[in-house]
Design a protein around this ligand. Sequence first.
Ligand code: HPA
Length: 246
Amino acid sequence: MKVGIIGGSGVYDAELFQTTADKITTPYGEVEFERGVFGGEEIFFLPRHGKGHSVPPHLINYRANIAAFKMLGVERILATSAVGSLRAELVPGTFVILNQFLDFTKRRALLFDETQVKHLDFTEPYCRQINAILKEELQSLGIKNAEGCYVCTEGPRYETPAEVKMFAQLGGDVVGMTNVPEVTLAKEAEICYSCICTVTNLGAGISEEPLEHEKVVEVMKANSKNLKKLLLKAIPRLQQEPKTCK
Ligand code: HPA
């Protein structure tokens, strides 16, 4: 089965496997990605923010990214993301497997074709089978992990402490700016999708420290060894294990 990896902040190249740069033209625009071979199977990598982290969250061409993977025959997507924590117990360095989201975006494309009457079921936003694989592998590696609900903000600014308090009260566990509409378009494209988040900081107001993008990238870099270990264990299973999630 073909697997696509979406790299978030701090994860800009595949590193795990040798890749060559490629491009694909989708109905929504051109997408630069990397292709490689892993365990004898073709695999694709796409940096969410573009090469050199040049695209801010609200300007990412989410439709083109997911359409590109669909055109390449990808059946499972594993995304990585840096997130802020809405709970003091989810400390920086914790891996959070997403199981729900709260959508606080304001002006992003919601569907591939927004003119259709289309109401997709989101009872289970993330692939339960990929999530189970991630959990098993994180536990066997002894890496601190949790499951949680992602609050997606429009960004690009960080939250106010009042927003962080509100999001936590509403049931959010982590906050970021990119998971919606990535997750929703993957579902529309009928590609199994999960996202492994790394907590890079406590949400605004939980910690006294002001938030800075450079610090987020720094923490991601510091945790990249663990992320790599996880991907090395999880990817072969994603390639080989037949789907039981439907
Ligand atoms: N808020 C929003 N997005 C983020 C954060 C945060 O605290 N940390 C990393 N991405």
